[in-house]
Design a protein around this ligand. Structure first.
Ligand code: FES
Length: 76
């Protein structure tokens, strides 16, 4: 990994959002930017029910969203 580029970590929360740890820049379809500073994180909706997309607003708990994901790639 390049020493100039900090590692970005995206964690898949079981039955919940994606937790993205900064520093990272989130850009929406209209080019609006949302900065996530170093050592901070943002939760991105994975269930599709948030009223504040792309951010998680906790709706996944109210709607009973369940999903467990593994980062293992399927054998080819
Ligand atoms: S994952 Fe939390 S509201 Fe969708």
């Amino acid at each position: 990994m390049d020493q100039q580029q900090p590692e970005v970590v995206i964690k898949v929360v079981n039955s919940g959002p994606y937790q993205v740890k900064g520093p990272v820049k989130l850009v929406d379809h209209e080019g609006r930017e949302y900065e996530v500073p170093q050592r901070r994180s943002v939760l991105l909706c994975r269930c599709g029910q948030s009223q504040d997309k792309p951010f998680c607003d906790g709706a996944h708990t109210r709607t009973g969203f369940t999903a467990e994901a593994s980062a293992e790639r399927p054998a080819t």
